[in-house]
Design a protein around this ligand. Structure first.
Ligand code: ATP
Length: 481
């Protein structure tokens, strides 16, 4: 049989595959591919087949070109070089339309609910759909809900959001590499990481494909250990070092894992030196991640470090409003306000509370009201009350302003006493679910109208005076932690 074969390697996903005539029948092509695989297996032997060829998948026939996919660039190039001609020849013998075989990175046809970017994925060129790797066990998947569009931006996270946007639009820009996102539990780090990965994998820049590998630090360690066990560390290294963007979530997990840290450090250096983008998230800033090697901490902090601050009432309210709207459920503003005031710990808990409330309302066909919120969320609300007492608030505020604790209940009205007292009342309203009269009782039996006045005065001052706002925010964070 005369074979005129041309083998091409491309970084683009298997897209726009169109076929013609008899040879393009899907089931026929599948059968042909099965036979090609069987012949490859027989030809190269079981061990070689399992090592290199098992991961080749068939994406389709485009004109006279068979497109096959491999999960990584390294594998793509290797298989092309070592087995390209053989694969093409077997195809040619199966299907007379085939003239060429094209090797691409990514995965074939069906798009899973959420792409799995633990394996590098090629973003498509403009106008083409993203190619995504198949969902595989033990790999981190991207959450479809975690996009830039669903991320609510407010004061505490606007800087981190802007940095994330910037990296998604222009990876490896000087000053933004690595991008290090950090903040307390449930404040949106993973959400932003996924948003960057989605953006990069679905929006090619100028037609240039971008390969992204996203995984948790835990997954990184797991894969590294597996590679050591199966003596495939070289493949692991090459695979990671072939990506354009490496994203590692929850880096603090590597604390105390010296060998994995070492491996990560080398991967990090290799990528940054090659002008690739790294994005990291952790619960603390690089300088506070004690337990990480100094040289790694230094490198982590040399790009852009962006903090996701504790939430504010306004942000919590906006998040609840957006989530309720997306869920298509009407939640009265009063209830949103109630939740935003009471559930101050983090956005995950806030979201969980809203979900419970909405599920309850649907299940029992009841309206969402403050009463149902009390009823359904009594455990969460109680836990929050338990966490922060008015006495604790008073103690912290007094320490901060350097006044005696007795002044919280005294009748003195000098500004240097009255203002901290008002701040303490304001925080008591924000951070506990005590009623205004209750709060008043803790402050020398003051009337509830005095507490109301304190709350509105402090709210006004926060809006007018940035330094004062920062003070109050700091106190709040200290108390919440
Ligand atoms: N600004 C935000 N807008 C919309 N949703 C948010 C925002 N911040 C957090 N969330 C939601 O809160 C939940 C927790 O966020 P995420 O998992 O990103 O937190 P995290 O900072 O990674 O926490 P952890 O430290 O536990 O890993 C998610 O459902 C996320 O969508």
């Amino acid at each position: 049989m005369g074979i005129n074969l041309e083998i091409k390697t491309s970084g683009q996903g298997g897209v726009g595959l169109q076929t013609s005539a008899v040879w393009n029948d899907e089931s026929q092509l599948a059968e042909q591919w099965a036979r090609v695989r069987a012949r490859l297996q027989a030809e190269v032997g079981e061990v070689e087949y399992r090592t290199w060829l098992k991961q080749v998948s068939f994406a389709g026939l485009a004109g006279d070109e068979v497109v096959v996919m491999l999960p990584t660039r390294f594998l793509r190039d290797w298989v092309n070089k070592e087995y390209g001609e053989l694969i093409a020849s077997f195809w040619q013998q199966e299907n007379q339309l085939v003239k060429r075989v094209e090797f691409r990175t990514g995965a074939p046809a069906s798009r899973p609910a959420a792409p799995d970017l633990a394996e590098p994925v090629q973003a498509p060129s403009a106008g083409q759909p993203a190619m995504v790797a198949p969902r595989q066990e033990n790999m981190a998947a991207l959450d479809q809900r975690f996009t830039f569009e669903t991320f609510v931006v407010g004061k505490p996270n606007e800087f981190a959001y802007a940095c994330a946007r910037r990296v998604a639009e222009a990876p490896a820009t000087a000053g933004f590499n690595p991008l290090f996102l950090y903040g307390g539990v449930g404040l949106g780090k993973t959400h932003l990481m996924h948003a960057i990965a989605w953006e990069l994998s679905t929006n090619a820049r100028g037609g240039r494909p971008v390969s992204v590998a996203y995984m948790s630090a835990e997954k990184f360690m797991y894969r590294f250990i597996n590679a050591l066990r199966s003596q495939s560390t070289l493949e692991f290294k090459n695979e990671l070092r072939s990506v354009d963007v490496l994203m590692i979530d929850d880096l603090q997990f590597l604390i105390g894992k010296d060998n994995t840290q070492e491996e990560f450090f080398h991967t990090f250096n290799a990528l940054v030196d090659a002008g690739k983008q790294i994005v990291i998230s952790a619960d603390k800033s690089p300088s506070d991640l004690s337990g990480l090697e100094d040289r790694l901490r230094t490198r982590l902090g040399c790009g852009m470090v962006a903090d996701l601050h504790a939430t504010t009432f306004e942000l919590r309210y906006s998040i609840l409003e957006a989530k309720a709207q997306r869920a298509g459920v009407e939640v009265p503003p009063k209830v949103l306000e109630f939740l935003a005031r009471k559930i101050t710990s983090n956005n995950r808990e806030l979201e969980g509370a809203l979900n419970r409330l909405v599920a309850h309302a649907n299940l029992f066909n009841r309206q969402v009201t403050i009463d149902t919120a009390h009823e359904v969320l009594h455990d969460v609300l109680k836990a929050h009350d338990r966490k922060i007492s008015i006495q604790e608030i008073q103690k912290r505020v007094c320490e901060h302003y350097n006044i005696r604790i007795a002044e919280m209940s005294s009748a003195r009205r000098a500004r240097n006493i009255a203002r901290p007292r008002q701040v303490a009342m304001y925080l008591a309203k924000q951070l506990t679910s005590k009623s205004l009269p209750d709060i008043g009782r803790h402050f020398g039996n003051r009337d509830h109208t005095t507490v109301m006045h304190a709350v509105s005065r402090v709210t006004e001052l926060i809006a007018q005076d940035a330094a004062f706002a920062e003070d109050v925010e700091l106190l709040k964070r200290l108390l919440e932690n």
